[in-house]
Design a protein around this ligand. Structure first.
Ligand code: FES
Length: 123
């Protein structure tokens, strides 16, 4: 089972999720088995203004551990991340970073801020 530990800047208590990556997709937003997919399936809210389609930055997470166990980021993701507030060297878009390794132990940190880049949505 893969393990995903989730920490929140907002001060919410840490959550630990165990799941089998082979069973993806879980919730159908973002790439199958992505951090977003896994979080939503376990009742953890992560903004995803564009619906998990690599077209915003609201699903930005900071990978504190296990980034090498995630799918590699593609250019479109990198371009968007450049615009993400609070960018770090291990930042990823939650909807694009897929946990494929069944033995992965990942720690992600969810920033409090979000920038909604889709006009007319939210507010
Ligand atoms: S939800 Fe928009 S890029 Fe991930």
């Amino acid at each position: 089972m893969a393990k995903l530990r989730v920490q929140f800047e907002s001060g919410e208590p840490e959550r630990v999720i165990e799941f089998d990556p082979a069973r993806a997709p879980f919730q159908h937003d973002g790439r199958p088995g992505s951090i977003l997919d896994v979080l939503l399936a376990h009742g953890i809210h992560l903004e995803h203004a564009c619906g998990g389609n690599c077209a915003c930055t609201t699903c930005h997470v900071v990978v504190k551990k296990g980034s090498e166990r995630l799918s590699e980021s593609e250019e479109a993701e990198e371009d968007l991340l450049d615009k993400a507030p609070g960018l770090t060297p291990t930042s990823r878009l939650g909807c694009q970073a897929v946990i494929e390794d069944p033995d992965a132990e990942i720690v992600v940190w969810i920033p409090r801020y979000t920038i909604n880049q889709i006009s007319g949505h939210g507010g």
